[in-house]
Ligand binder design. Structure first.
Ligand code: ARG
Length: 455
């Protein structure tokens, strides 16, 4: 293709040290956004070609030519064959350079009516959408693993604890589904941030719109977003704040993950022996031949700390950010991308661990001492008509009489809603099913809509 001016996409000053400092890890991190960048650009040029201006910025044929090139870039990205060089600074200029190398002047037109500010924001949302869908699916699978384990052992007694001390009769079913329910609530938080994320910032440009008749609704529709973000300045200011919200939702989930891991570490200690984690989840020691350590579970605790810390880092970058784009925002990228990756990996590995959990019914039942039945015994007296405080003192004075109590009978007596014998497993299954359906529908919509861009 013939060109009239030099093929350069270089913007700003060039000083190697300053360039390296300002680009930071973008040369590497942005590779994760390259696919989204191509998809976003395909929608943008399609919109430009339909813009009612004379002469057109891009004709429909020219837009088709750009989309065809973008499809090739997309293939290279997927094959791991796409590179961002230092002079590019980031993926946005790397894609523009690549298009300009092959398409000449046409490549230089694609940035009409947009800025890297709205471009990176849309890239992060397209990428975030797919990763959130993956994460929601994996969280539903974790909830499934916990529910299945709980249902299988619904009648298996387990000491319930307060202050970590033996407290009242409980069951493996109650323990497992308490965590399933927490994961399902965390899934609600993920769904909330998914909805916030599902808005298109494109067309905001530098944050103040452009004096061209761009169609922001069209770009949003072409990319499968629920709607455009209305206010163009908010579209830019929302960068980082959205990442913070997503990290907070993931932080909630990681708290659940980490607490399950902590429980498992306790209940698999030789002194407890309630559960056994699958062999593959233990590691040995380089010096102590006897060791089988729960490294995976320990790492889940530290991963939770990392995700919570990443959220904190983004919040700190954001809390005093002046309005409009500031380069500080670039530094929210790494904690966000890392938080997404860590959370998903953690949820998946924990689900596998739960799926392979083994129980030791004998150790679980033997852990019941008489005291665990004390409150139930007092309440039995209440049922016979004794005032509770009198019953409490009576039982306290006769604790030795409780040694013969039966854990299996005790957990069968709590038939009320949500008790050991009142758990509604279909409630969990229904919520899991609804989440899966939501993920499936959203993924289908995204994939079919964006695939049309390249047809
Ligand atoms: N790499 C940049 C980031 O992640 C892209 C936006 C650059 N915009 C700018 N005005 N310098 O924030």
């Amino acid at each position: 293709m013939s060109t009239s001016t030099p093929q350069t996409t270089t913007v700003g000053n060039i000083d190697d040290e300053i360039l390296a400092f300002t680009a930071g890890k973008d040369l590497v991190l942005d590779l994760q956004l390259a696919e989204a960048d191509c998809i976003g650009s395909a929608a943008h040029v399609t919109m430009l070609s339909r813009m009612p201006v004379q002469p057109p910025v891009l004709t429909p044929d020219e837009a088709a030519a750009v989309r065809a090139e973008l499809a090739k870039v997309l293939e290279r990205v997927r094959a791991g064959d796409f590179e961002i060089v230092p002079a590019d600074q980031d993926v946005h200029l790397a894609v523009e350079r690549t298009l300009t190398e092959t398409l000449g002047d046409l490549g230089k037109k694609i940035h009409t009516g947009r800025s890297r500010n709205d471009q990176v924001a849309v890239d992060l949302r397209l990428f975030g959408k797919q990763r959130l869908l993956d994460l929601m699916e994996d969280t539903a699978l974790l909830a499934t693993a916990l529910t299945t384990f709980g249902e299988k052992h619904v009648k298996l007694p387990m000491v319930g604890r307060t202050h970590m001390q033996p407290a009242m009769p409980s069951s493996v079913g109650l323990w497992a589904t308490s965590h399933a329910e927490a994961a399902l609530e965390d899934l609600e938080s993920l769904r909330h941030v998914f909805t916030l994320n599902d808005q298109c910032p494109l067309g905001a440009a530098a944050g103040y719109g452009v004096p061209l008749p761009i169609d922001r609704q069209l770009t949003s529709d072409l990319l499968g977003f629920a709607r455009p973000i209305h206010n163009v300045s908010h579209a830019i200011n929302a960068r980082g704040k959205l990442e913070y919200q997503i990290l907070q939702a993931m932080g909630q989930l990681m708290i659940t993950v980490s607490r399950i891991a902590q429980d498992l570490m306790l209940y698999t200690l030789p002194e407890f022996g309630y559960f056994r984690i699958p062999k593959a989840f233990g590691t040995g020691s380089s010096i102590m031949p006897n060791k089988n350590n729960p490294d995976v579970l320990e790492l889940l605790r530290s991963k939770a700390a990392l995700v919570l810390g990443h959220g904190q880092a983004v919040g700190m970058i954001l809390h005093a950010a002046p309005g409009g784009y500031n380069r500080d925002l670039q530094d929210t990228k790494e904690p966000f991308l890392e938080g997404l990756a860590i959370t998903r990996a953690s949820v998946r590995i924990l689900a596998r661990c739960v799926e392979g959990l083994d129980v030791n019914p004998e150790r679980l039942r033997n852990a019941f001492d008489g005291g665990v039945f004390a409150t139930d015994a007092a309440l039995a007296k209440v049922a016979e008509g004794m005032p509770f405080r009198d019953a409490y003192h009576y039982v306290k004075a006769h604790l030795d009489e409780l040694d013969q109590a039966d854990p299996d009978e005790a957990i069968a007596l709590k038939t009320h809603l949500g008790g050991t014998a009142g758990l509604d497993f279909s409630l969990y299954r229904t919520r899991i099913h609804q989440s899966m359906e939501h993920v499936r529908g959203a993924r289908d919509h995204f994939e079919t809509t964006t695939a049309k861009l390249f047809r």
